[in-house]
Ligand binder design. Structure first.
Ligand code: UDP
Ligand code: MG
Length: 216
């Protein structure tokens, strides 16, 4: 298993997230790939500490500046070696407890991509309402019947992440990239979602403009 975690200024969350992943995957063979997207806080220091403490399970990648979440995912995908690749946000909003079932859907049900569905969201209304519109537009344009395209928690067959190129703001549309690369067995899993524990969201209102431009 490869767990790819893109992060920007998430120093407070990283050790907790790593410990939680370890608890869930205890005894398994896995790597956690932390991709530091040009953080200005202590995130990179923490990633280095985690890598020193557990070299068998931690890979740290650091970008020279803040390139965006898509670029972070892309670097993580290039580095990933696991048969199944999981992506999750660094801020503890996504739960590692979902990983085994996501993996099962790839291995046993034969899906190419499983996307998390934050059915019960813990985010402000200013985000959840535009998100509905965005998801409806994306379903209409792509023909892919997902409820929650931009969930950070997703699982992929390794071939899928090696075949796609995620850049700009396209992390919102990875299921579309996968489908155009020929991987159309796309499924969904209702996942637990937590309110952000530390810090604040790294995306402002411009997310809606950028998001729709990239859909077009
Ligand atoms: N992130 C990143 N680069 C950025 C912005 C965000 O790597 O330029 C990471 C962030 O640290 C988090 C994930 O992307 O791990 C999702 O970001 P955030 O939690 O701020 O988004 P939200 O949950 O508000 O949609
Ligand atoms: Mg978040």
């Amino acid at each position: 298993l490869s767990i790819v975690v893109p992060l920007y200024n998430e120093a407070e969350s990283l050790a907790e997230l790593k410990a939680w992943i370890d608890r869930v995957l205890d005894g398994r063979s896995y790597e956690v790939i932390f991709v530091d997207d040009g953080s200005r806080d202590d995130s990179w220091k923490v990633v280095q500490q985690l890598a020193e403490a557990d070299a068998d399970h931690v890979v740290g990648i650091r970008m020279a500046r803040n390139y965006g979440k898509s670029a972070g995912l892309q670097l993580g995908f290039q580095a990933a070696q696991g048969r199944v690749v999981i992506t999750m946000d660094a801020d503890l909003q996504d739960s590692p407890e979902e990983i085994p079932e996501l993996e099962r859907k790839i291995i046993e049900d034969g899906l190419d991509l499983v996307s998390g569905w934050k059915k019960k969201r813990h985010d402000p209304l200013s985000k959840t309402i535009p998100t509905r519109l965005y998801n409806a537009a994306t379903r209409w344009v792509s023909g892919i019947q997902l409820n929650d395209f931009n969930c950070g928690l997703k699982a992929y067959r390794l071939e899928v992440v090696k075949a796609i190129e995620v850049q700009g703001e396209m992390h919102r549309y990875i299921p579309i990239l996968a489908k155009s690369a020929g991987f159309d067995r796309i499924g969904e899993q209702v996942v637990q979602h937590q309110a952000r524990k530390y810090g604040s969201s790294k995306f402002g209102l411009e997310r809606f403009v950028n998001g729709f431009l990239d859909l077009m």
